[in-house]
Design a protein around this ligand. Structure first.
Ligand code: HEM
Length: 218
């Protein structure tokens, strides 16, 4: 009794092994013979690869948001051109509808290589009005030839810039004197800056987790 349960019959074992091998080879030849089965195996392999890859993927590094001192001054269109993100501090300013915004934290859009690079250091109003990126200009543009719909579009875009970015000052008309902001109480605007930057970071986080969720469900 004890002998039987401790060491099974080697002949029976061999027979079992060869039966398993037969099953396996008939299973493989069944798959290889049918193109549909082959396609299914390929699909399964791709899915398994995707699952394994998404589990082993490391977190993408978060692009560092530059913290530059807040600017508060008016600009001529010529002065603005220096702030296209290629300067030593990487600051990017964009004018929309006569107001200048610091869009440095949106450098992935407006910085070198970004889709709206042409807006950096320029007046983007006409480009936004006409939905044509290359219509951004480094010459003074009074926008007087834009129609009502185009002007409304510029104003809507400006609202978005106001929400997302820090207002820096006015875009000066040729010959217009700059405002002296030195007496201005800074506390309120500082608080506003911090809130905007927190909002932006929160948005960036949501964007990232949405993208990750999408990739995982793909
Ligand atoms: C095929 C055409 C276009 C596509 C697919 C496209 C796509 C996008 C997307 C997906 C965003 C949102 C990015 C984000 O918030 O993460 C965006 C933002 C933006 N787009 Fe476009 N866009 C196109 C054309 C244009 C044109 C022609 C203009 C202006 C002339 C424009 C101006 C902007 C601006 C100003 C932003 C906001 C960037 C910011 O958050 O500061 N886009 N675009």
């Amino acid at each position: 009794m004890a002998e039987n349960s401790g060491s099974p019959d080697p002949a029976a074992n061999q027979a079992q092994d060869s039966q398993q091998q037969q099953y396996l080879s008939s299973f493989i030849s069944e798959i290889v013979r049918s193109p549909l089965n082959l396609a299914l195996v390929a699909v399964i392999a791709v899915l398994v690869y995707k699952i394994v890859k998404s589990k082993t993927r490391t977190e993408e590094p978060v692009p560092e948001v530059k913290k530059l001192p807040k600017l508060r001054r008016d600009f001529t269109i010529e002065e603005l051109t220096k702030y296209d993100g290629k300067g030593p501090d990487g600051r990017i300013l964009v004018a929309v509808n006569g107001s200048v915004y610091d869009v440095t934290r949106g450098s992935k859009f407006y910085g070198p290589g970004g889709p709206y690079e042409a807006f950096g250091g320029r007046d983007a109003s006409r480009a936004l009005a006409r939905f044509a990126v290359d219509a951004a200009t480094d010459k003074y543009d009074d926008l007087s030839d834009l129609n009502t719909a185009e002007m409304n579009s510029v104003k809507e875009w400006e609202e978005q810039f106001k929400e997302r970015y820090d207002y820096v000052g006015k875009l000066l008309k040729p010959g217009e004197a700059p405002t002296n902001y030195s007496d201005e109480e800074d506390e309120g605007s500082q608080q506003e800056t911090e809130t905007k930057s927190e909002n932006y970071e929160a948005e960036a986080k949501t964007d990232r987790s949405e993208t990750e969720g999408k990739t995982k469900s793909d």
